[in-house]
Design a protein around this ligand. Structure first.
Ligand code: ASP
Length: 368
């Protein structure tokens, strides 16, 4: 990967058109959000087998979609405020310049596959809600229950807890809102659950998580594709759609330039059309790293760079240029979890072995 300094030196010497000419030959490479280590391994094996780049990224993200323990994507994803799992996904296929997406779809474990079917089998790009589910059924998919016991427990704990750390109740902050409950108190309410799972569910209730997988691939022929898939924001209002299925926000691919995707608070990404912004930045000569950092700066600027307000969310971008140069970038250096401070990372497989996690450059250092 180019370091920022390397590029800055080069940029001073070369006009934009000349920089584009310095791009090397395409190669097999896959990048993804940090939850995509196995996803990148699978996608790379598909690229090596000469499969299409879109089929490769979909095979990769299917691992997360079908994993009941990944609570941010597909089966096992945390539900909306009514306890129903609603999923968003998008795909873009570089060689045909086509796209497909589904939003707020229920009952289907692999929304990425339905997004591809929208792309291939219809004259549309996006199907939502009931219509998306009916379409999936027409294509032979059976409606399934996506709520695992674990995510159902987290939902019940959230309902019982109903307050965030600032005392705000999701239903009402009036005098009758029930007080927050400690994990110990929850043990009495959920005697069948173990303490560890309850502590996790309590954390999910207090800090409603987001989470998504974005995966981008390039092959030796210079073909590129991408996919973004998610269960979106936990406890969202039914029908809420994030950035993941929005072409140009959660995902954008133009294989003549490159591809980009995002994870994190989708509302902020939609407002800067992040993935499209990054690809356009690369088109005009920025490196993937600078293109990503520029999108993050636009988000920061939307809050007048007020770190207190920005501290309330996280957002990450990933970019892959047509010559295989890649970058990730995060708004914040990392986040606090039960286990301590966790730095931001993303997954890369460059075809030389197993995928590895790479630290993300970031815009703001999170105060510790
Ligand atoms: N971007 C997703 C959304 O806003 C969530 C996430 O990536 O954490 O729906």
């Amino acid at each position: 990967m180019f370091s920022r300094r390397t590029w800055m030196k080069g940029a001073a010497a070369l006009p934009a058109a000349a920089q584009a000419q310095t791009a090397g030959k395409p190669k097999n490479i896959v990048i993804a959000s940090a939850n995509g280590v196995e996803c990148c391994n699978i996608a790379m094996s598909w690229l090596r087998a000469g499969k299409d780049t879109l089929d490769a990224v979909i095979a990769g993200v299917n691992v997360n979609e079908l994993d009941p323990h990944d609570n941010s994507v597909g089966y096992g994803g945390l539900p909306n405020e009514e306890g129903v799992v609603e999923l968003d996904a998008s795909v873009m296929h570089g060689p045909t310049r086509r796209a497909g997406s589904v939003a707020a779809i229920r009952g289907i474990k692999t929304p990425s596959k339905i997004a591809k079917l929208v792309m291939e089998e219809t004259d549309h790009i996006m199907l939502v809600g009931e219509g998306a589910l009916r379409f999936a059924k027409t294509m032979g998919y059976a409606e399934e229950n996506l709520l695992t016991e674990k995510s159902r427990l987290a939902f019940l704990v959230w309902k019982r807890t109903l307050k965030d750390p600032n005392g705000h109740s999701n239903w009402s902050d009036g005098v009758d809102a029930p007080p927050g409950k400690s994990p110990k108190a929850l043990l009495r309410l959920f005697p069948e659950a173990d303490e560890k799972t309850l502590a996790w569910a309590h954390e999910m209730a207090l800090h409603p998580p987001t989470g998504t997988i974005n995966c981008l691939a390039l092959n030796e022929k210079g073909e590129m594709s991408g996919c973004t898939t998610t269960s979106g924001m936990a406890w969202k209002i039914p029908g809420r759609v994030g950035d993941s299925p929005i072409i140009g926000a959660g995902l954008f691919v133009d294989q003549e330039v490159g591809a980009a995707g995002s994870t994190g608070r989708g509302e902020e990404n939609i407002r800067v059309a992040g993935a499209h912004t990054i690809v356009e930045n690369m088109r005009h000569g920025m490196t993937p790293q600078d293109a990503v950092m520029d999108a993050l700066k636009r988000i920061s600027r939307n809050y007048d760079n007020d770190l207190k307000r920005l501290d309330k969310f996280d957002i990450n971008f990933y970019a892959l240029r047509k010559d295989g140069v890649y970058a990730g970038g995060s708004l914040w250096s990392g986040q606090f979890r039960n286990t301590g401070f966790v730095s931001r990372q993303f997954a890369v497989n460059d075809g030389t072995g197993n995928s590895r996690l790479v630290n993300c450059p970031y815009l703001h250092e999170r105060p510790r």
